[in-house]
Design a protein around this ligand. Structure first.
Ligand code: ARG
Length: 571
């Protein structure tokens, strides 16, 4: 950023103090503090034993001469506040837009594996799945946009005693062929199994015996599992499509059946896994790690979630040589992942960057959502609910809404509201979801961003006489010709922060940092729009303002798409 100013600042510091620095420009919120600020003097004061104000004055005198500076002040106890020329702002804006756009995929670099969603088969996706699904997709999008090769991984839970139970239930009470079951049918069978098992203790034993058969490779139950896996994937695909979510790899836990033994052998050989109580195979960790033992095999030799996860890590490392493995799962599994990572390390595996990307619980302010009948609130129902509520919103705002496809608009708004309601909150905290807030047209919500985007596009549609190339500054526009107002400067300053917002959201795996940025951008755009004439402006001002409108619309669209949220052109 600001190469010539930065170089000057470096030179001043180098020549005076013989110190090399990497000046970081910041963007003050207050217009009274300039377009950009340097706090370098404050950071250096101790190191060079000088009063920060003196250093700041030195910087001011030196930077003042740069042609990109129209005004410069020392403020507070040593901040250097700079107002940039229109030309400098424009070239910084160009650079920021280039840096914020999708980067070409760096094919030679190792991929990043992002694992998310990971539902159970034979059950409809529940509302809680939206968290892992949306957070994971956003993180994957951010990597992809940054030029990383990304493997979108859905680690489907298709293994375990519950499938023995389902198989028993199907044989006892099944009403049709397995191929014809809907996810609801399967859920009902499963619920019935548990209800019956309360009075009939032989059922649990039968289920265990069937699961054992599955582990031993019995073709009939294996086939049953394949069929229900397939129907689950098909049913989920419809919801994933609505959410703009897609996967490259969907291996379930069962895929690792034959990949566990080598890991167990390795663990025993390296004495990382040893016999624990009742013949179980466990990993014990050094005392200072404070981790309790990790069970790898039960006393009866049965494998566990942990066994499959270890095999899965080995497989991913060997097959993809990834630079990162990021697994987006409920914070409730924190201990499991700490033990998993620690075990990989004890085994001496060379782990890539690894993170259990946690999230908290989600609750609705609307009681009806959490206390619905049945033991699962279906995600599809919640999406439909959002769309219904969006239709009502559209009705309320009928006078100001323009659309050629109301049903589509309601889908975009309703689904967007749910996804944005999650992604705009810090995932590490519990997420409280309020439909009214999330569908509001003037708060931190998807409809607000969507409406702002549509408003910007609508201005652009109204341009009947595009600015001349002279007004667009292709031949260079002087400072006198392009006077920038405070609202313009604020908007430019915010647009310039787009690349940093994306990078920060990606590096911290925190999509809400991008959401916050988009909200700020929408607010700054609306501030500008409400004050400055755009279509009625003249000459270079009109050309430049139209450009700001277009950059805002494009940035909102790109940013929203990184959160897997759509923005309409009309609304
Ligand atoms: N299916 C699991 C669950 O519902 C989540 C999978 C998490 N990923 C993993 N590699 N263990 O709890």
């Amino acid at each position: 950023m600001l190469p010539s100013l930065t170089a000057r600042a470096q030179k001043i510091i180098h020549d005076t103090f013989d110190v090399d620095v990497e000046p970081q420009w910041q963007f003050p919120r207050e217009v009274a503090h300039g377009d950009v600020t340097l706090s370098l003097a404050l950071q250096l004061a101790k190191r060079v034993g000088k009063n920060p104000k003196e250093i700041a004055d030195l910087l001011r005198t030196g930077l003042e001469k740069d042609p990109s500076v129209i005004k410069i002040e020392v403020a507070g106890n040593g901040y250097v506040n700079v107002w940039l020329s229109a030309g400098a702002l424009q070239s910084e804006l160009d650079a920021a837009m280039a840096a914020g756009s999708a980067q070409p995929i760096r094919k030679k670099e190792a991929p990043v594996i992002v694992e998310y969603s990971s539902p159970n088969i034979a059950k409809p996706l529940g509302i809680h799945h939206i968290l892992s699904t949306s957070i994971g997709q956003a993180i994957a999008n951010l990597y992809q946009h940054g030029g990383f090769k990304v493997i979108h991984w859905n680690y489907i839970a298709d293994w375990g005693l519950q499938f023995g139970k389902l198989w028993v239930a199907h044989q006892k009470w099944g009403t049709r062929s397995v191929e014809d079951y809907s996810l609801d049918d399967m859920l009902q069978l499963y619920v019935k199994f548990h209800a019956e098992a309360e009075t009939d203790s032989t059922l649990e034993d039968a289920a265990r015996a069937e699961f054992k058969k599955l582990e031993d490779g019995d073709p009939a139950i294996r086939h049953f599992l394949d069929v229900i896996t397939d129907s689950t994937k098909k049913a989920n695909k419809h919801i994933y499509d609505r959410l703009n979510v897609a996967f490259d790899v969907e291996y379930g836990e069962g895929f690792y059946e034959d990949k566990m033994q080598p890991v167990i052998d390795e663990g025993k050989k390296k004495k990382v896994m040893k016999e624990g109580e009742k013949g179980a195979l466990i990993v014990e960790f050094p005392e200072e790690s404070k981790l309790p033992p990790y069970m790898i095999l039960k006393g009866d030799g049965a494998t566990l979630y942990s066994t499959r996860d270890l095999a899965q890590m080995r497989y991913r490392i060997d097959t993809y040589h990834p630079q990162g493995i990021y697994i987006v799962v409920d914070v409730a599994q924190k201990l499991h992942f700490q033990q998993l990572e620690a075990t990989c390390k004890l085994l001496g595996w060379e782990l890539p960057s690894f993170e259990h990307v946690i999230f908290g619980r989600m609750s609705f302010t609307d009681q009806a959502m959490s206390t619905r009948k049945g033991n699962i609130v279906k995600l599809d129902d919640v999406l439909n609910e959002g769309v219904e509520r969006a239709k009502k919103k559209i009705d309320e705002h009928r006078a100001s809404i323009q659309t050629d496809d109301e049903a589509e608009l309601a889908e975009i708004m309703g689904v967007g509201a749910l996804v944005y309601g999650i992604l705009s909150q810090n995932r590490k905290m519990d997420i409280v979801f309020d439909w009214d807030k999330m569908l509001s047209f003037d708060g931190n919500s998807a409809p607000y961003l969507q409406y702002t985007h549509a408003r910007a596009r609508s201005i652009l549609r109204k341009v009947t006489d595009p600015p001349s190339s002279a007004d667009s500054g292709e031949a260079g526009v002087t400072e006198e010709e392009l006077m920038l107002g405070d609202y313009e400067r604020t908007l430019i300053k915010t647009l310039m922060q787009f690349p940093a917002a994306i990078a920060e959201a990606r590096e911290t795996h925190m999509p809400h940092k991008l959401a916050n940025f988009l909200f700020q951008l929408a607010q700054d755009f609306n501030g500008f729009y409400n004050i400055e004439p755009i279509l009625k402006a003249e000459g270079p001002s009109r050309a430049f303002r139209l450009r700001l409108v277009e950059l805002t619309a494009d940035t909102l669209r790109t940013g929203a798409s990184l959160l897997s949220i759509r923005v309409p052109d009309r609304m």
